[in-house]
Design a protein. Structure first.
Length: 141
């Protein structure tokens, strides 16, 4: 079966804010000698780093596999995707960039993704399901 993988784009401001917040919290907890909470924050930060580094979107037949970190792993039937539009919402999602695409599927479901190659990603979706509506704000040549 033909597989095509699209890694997530990563926004530097998102990474900097994430790690800065964790570093500041860890610093103040260490000053208070709250070692349990320091360890908890370090472990949580490690899980967050895994999410940033491993987020990807893989096409396998008619299924889009969305993976982010060690926890988020979703299979999405491409035939269920109804619409693609641009999004910069900061909702928690399997996207390491603020430059995102919104995939509307089923009746009211949505997932935000941020593939590095947005054009190739959308073209691959349309190749599999040409019925997907692409919002005019998504630039596809």
């Amino acid at each position: 079966m033909d597989k095509k993988r699209f890694p997530s784009a990563i926004s530097l401001p998102v990474v900097v804010v994430f790690f800065l917040v964790f570093a500041i919290l860890i610093y103040f907890m260490a000053l208070d000698k709250a070692w349990f909470w320091v360890a908890t924050m370090v472990i949580t930060g490690w899980f967050g780093a895994q999410a940033f580094l491993s987020t990807s979107y893989t096409f396998s037949g008619n299924v889009l596999h969305i993976k982010s970190g060690l926890i988020y792993n979703r299979k999405l039937e491409i035939s269920s995707i109804r619409k693609i539009s641009k999004s910069s919402r900061l909702l928690s999602s399997p996207a390491a960039s603020i430059n995102r695409l919104s995939l509307i599927f089923n009746k009211f479901d949505e997932v935000l993704v941020s593939p590095q190659d947005k054009i190739g990603f959308v073209k691959k979706l349309l190749e599999i399901n040409p019925e997907i509506e692409v919002d005019k704000n998504v630039q596809i040549p």
